[in-house]
Design a protein. Structure first.
Length: 90
């Protein structure tokens, strides 16, 4: 039979090593959701960037259409003004 101080040592070291294993497993479990969150966050960021890029493209196209409409109306107004100036009211 082992002396009492050796029995205590073995059982303490077993308990310590079990605690260490438990802590390691808990740390791994806690790290997994964080990694998933990082991937999810990156995917959301990428998706948001694509959405923003698409919105910017749409707004740029709309702005170009509006710019052309304004240019056409300015040309019409200029022609109407030129015709009014060329009419002789006398």
């Amino acid at each position: 039979m082992l002396p009492e101080h050796e029995i205590g040592s073995d059982s303490d070291s077993d308990t310590d090593s079990q605690k260490n294993m438990d802590v390691e497993m808990q740390n791994q479990v806690e790290e997994q959701p964080k990694e998933k969150k990082k991937h999810t966050s990156a995917a959301c960021s990428t998706s948001a960037a694509v959405t923003v890029r698409n919105l910017i493209t749409q707004l740029t196209q709309e702005l170009e259409k509006i710019r052309k409409e304004v240019e056409n109306k300015e040309n019409i107004a200029r022609r109407a003004r030129d015709e009014m100036e060329s009419v002789d009211f006398n």
